[in-house]
Ligand binder design. Structure first.
Ligand code: AKG
Length: 182
């Protein structure tokens, strides 16, 4: 993993255009730096993103023969940044199918106090409920839209990734990986 982490760090450092101070960003801007489609950068990253092993896991979870990649995305939680509010990812995927899945892979060992992802159990069965970008509004919308959902949010637990789950992540609270912003 060290090898790919370094390759991904290098690409993110090169491609990052976020220069705003944390206090000048909105909730979404505070949540993470994000760089799309690293597979286009070089053959090393292409081999990582297009790995047959990852594709097989996705295909098995979906119960299909093969998968296509919609995009890849590097998300970097910055020191002093904010949490990622509750949301569903469907807003970002204009696809007319529920045969979609996200593969989320931490590049560092993570502990509970490092802004880990959280998922609400069984919400992949509820469909697309939150037509909102990741924001304070997506969280408010979700919490006010259904008592069942609110109950589940309050009792949220991490679980296997499947879409359309409701997801949230805390702020990143350690000083690791600070080179991108200092
Ligand atoms: O890492 C984060 O802050 C959020 C990531 C997320 O919500 C996602 O990948 O869908």
């Amino acid at each position: 993993m060290d090898f790919y982490r370094q390759a991904i760090n290098n690409a993110v450092e090169k491609l990052n255009t976020e220069k705003r101070k944390m206090e000048d960003r909105d909730t979404y801007g505070k949540a993470f730096l994000q760089i799309f489609n690293l597979w286009r950068q070089n053959e090393v990253l292409k081999a990582f993103v297009m790995s047959k092993r990852f594709a097989k896991v996705a295909a098995q979870l979906l119960g299909v023969e093969g998968v296509r990649l919609y995009h890849d995305q590097a998300l970097y939680k910055e020191p002093g940044g904010g949490r990622t509010p509750w949301h569903q990812d469907q807003y970002y995927w204009p696809l007319d199918t529920d045969k979609t899945v996200t593969m989320w892979m931490p590049l560092v060992n993570i502990t509970k106090d490092m802004g880990i992802m959280n998922f609400v159990s069984r919400t992949h069965k509820l469909g697309y409920m939150v037509p909102k970008a990741i924001s304070d509004e997506s969280e408010d919308y979700l919490i006010t839209s259904s008592r069942t959902t609110t109950t589940r949010l309050l009792a949220h637990r991490r679980q296997m990734l499947a879409t359309p789950l409701f997801t949230l992540a805390g702020p990143y609270t350690t000083r690791q990986l600070t080179n991108l912003t200092e």
